[in-house]
Design a protein around this ligand. Structure first.
Ligand code: ZN
Length: 173
């Protein structure tokens, strides 16, 4: 008689609880920087997701997250039940790359890796921190990497005008 076992939605036995991310994809970083840019003059805040484990590849916008000029409030109780969720990212319109006192409290309360983005949000204007608010390094996976399937498909939204279309005004034959 066959034995039926409940199947997990995500087939990934390699998913480990609490693995600390050591890298981030360039695309994810660029997407976060682009979000921070469009949130100006306000802060931008989101949650980091690592998939596969160890590689931060996604930012999740939490429902109810509010952002002002000096703060971003995380509603962490809105966090999805997801082993890949590993920390936070938020922006500093002031350009400061170090955590504020409030940031230190947030970092200590939850998460293993936190990223701060500083205006004007150039490619290198970010720093990563651990749960003690100590600066840590994160390897950046380039867009051309074949180890990163998300990089190949994910692109930050670009707002381009649609190509001009010639519409005949007088179409009566
Ligand atoms: Zn901050």
């Amino acid at each position: 008689m066959p034995i039926f076992r409940p199947r997990r939605k995500r087939t990934g036995p390699e998913v480990r609880l609490g693995s600390t991310p050591t890298a981030i994809t360039r695309r994810c970083l660029d997407a976060a920087l682009a979000c921070a840019q469009s949130a100006l003059p306000n802060e931008f805040g989101a949650v980091l997701r690592a998939d596969p484990p160890g590689l931060i590849s996604e930012i999740l916008l939490l429902p109810g997250t509010t952002a002002g000029k000096r703060h971003a409030n995380f509603h962490l109780y809105m966090l999805p039940v997801d082993l890949g969720v590993s920390g936070t990212v938020h922006s500093h319109p002031s350009g400061a790359l170090h955590p504020s006192e409030a940031d230190r409290k947030l970092f200590r309360s939850w998460g293993r890796r936190h990223i701060i983005l500083g205006a004007p949000y150039g490619p290198g204007q970010w720093r990563a921190y651990d749960g003690n608010a100590d600066e840590v390094s994160l390897e950046v996976y380039g867009a051309g990497s074949t180890r990163d399937p998300i990089a190949a498909t994910y692109r930050p939204a670009l707002h381009r005008a649609p190509p001009p279309v010639d519409v005949p005004l007088d179409d009566e034959a």
